[in-house]
Design a protein around this ligand. Structure first.
Ligand SMILES: NC(=O)c1ccc[n+]([C@@H]2O[C@H](COP(=O)([O-])OP(=O)(O)OC[C@H]3O[C@@H](n4cnc5c(N)ncnc54)[C@H](O)[C@@H]3O)[C@@H](O)[C@H]2O)c1
Length: 254
């Protein structure tokens, strides 16, 4: 029960790493606000949690819209009385070479992957202040730390999220709000199927090839990332802020 009596908002909770995080948080005693643009996925996560006797609600929202960010925090306050934890996990996956990147791609990636977390943070801070503090975890990527082929404009947005984390850790420290990022490496989620399609590769070849870039010679399971998020979200990391926890099987350590 590492999150007993805490309320957590997890964006992108309808799939992959976000779903694994919601389910783990609920098992650890948190009340979870599952946020996703995909209602079917989000509702499914909530039903898994409720079947396991956990506490969760779903909010359909697009994190790139200010009014939706407000709706998410309002729902947390209405349903559970406040917010202690925010996990900015939702992301759009556009992984291209620069000539293939359109203006729309830039707008979407910056809107969802970089501005989105800032909108949710802005809405959640007053509630965390009321609660005496809180923990914010921004899910970045190994692609925000090392150069990988065909990762525009995703990689610069993820690098920006690591720097935004540090800036806001400084800004919000005096309010006892910790802000950290977590950078996963290749993780077995539906997003990887999408990437394989975009790159005209088979899923198996992609997973094998990228897996070989790690010291452990494999991709992560979503729950292996979720355990890192749990550490940063819980009071066990009470003196950790402005950090980037790398959970990548050694990929960036070469
Ligand atoms: N899977 C990997 O290999 C990998 C590696 C490094 C980093 N990451 C990061 O981990 C996080 C989770 O990725 P995943 O692999 O679980 O992806 P996923 O596609 O399985 O899940 C992402 C979820 O975010 C939701 N989403 C997308 N845009 C949204 C929006 N505007 N508003 C609300 N929800 C939205 C999607 O509907 C989906 O349910 C992302 O931040 C991603 O960049 C993933």
């Amino acid at each position: 029960m590492r999150l007993k009596d805490k309320t957590a908002i997890v964006t992108g909770g309808g799939s992959g790493i976000g779903r694994a995080t919601c389910e783990l948080f609920a098992r650890e005693g948190a009340r979870v606000v599952v946020v996703d643009i995909n209602a079917a996925g989000g509702e499914e996560t909530v039903s898994h949690i409720q079947k396991d006797n956990g506490s969760a609600v779903f909010v359909e929202a697009d994190v790139s819209k200010e009014e939706d960010a407000k709706k998410i925090v309002d729902a947390a306050v209405r349903e559970f009385g406040g917010v202690n934890i925010l996990v900015n996990n939702a992301a759009a996956f556009i992984l291209k070479t620069l000539p293939a990147v359109s203006d729309e791609d830039w707008a979407r990636i910056i809107g969802v992957n970089l501005r989105g977390p800032s909108l949710c943070i802005r809405q959640v801070v007053p509630e965390m202040q009321k609660a005496g503090g809180g923990s914010i975890v921004n899910i970045s990527s190994v692609a925000g730390m090392i150069a990988l082929p065909s990762h525009m404009p995703y990689a610069p947005a993820k690098a920006g999220l690591i720097m935004m984390t540090r800036s806001l850790a400084q800004e919000l420290g005096p309010h006892n709000i910790r802000v950290n990022s977590l950078s996963p490496g290749g993780t077995l989620t539906p997003a990887v199927h999408e990437t394989a399609r975009e790159w005209n590769m088979s899923f198996d070849d992609l997973v094998k090839g990228v897996g070989q870039e790690t010291f452990l010679n494999r991709f992560a399971e979503p729950v292996e990332i979720a355990y890192g998020v749990l550490f940063l979200a819980s009071d066990e990391s009470s003196y950790v802020t402005g950090a980037n926890l790398v959970v990548d099987g050694g990929m960036s350590a070469h």
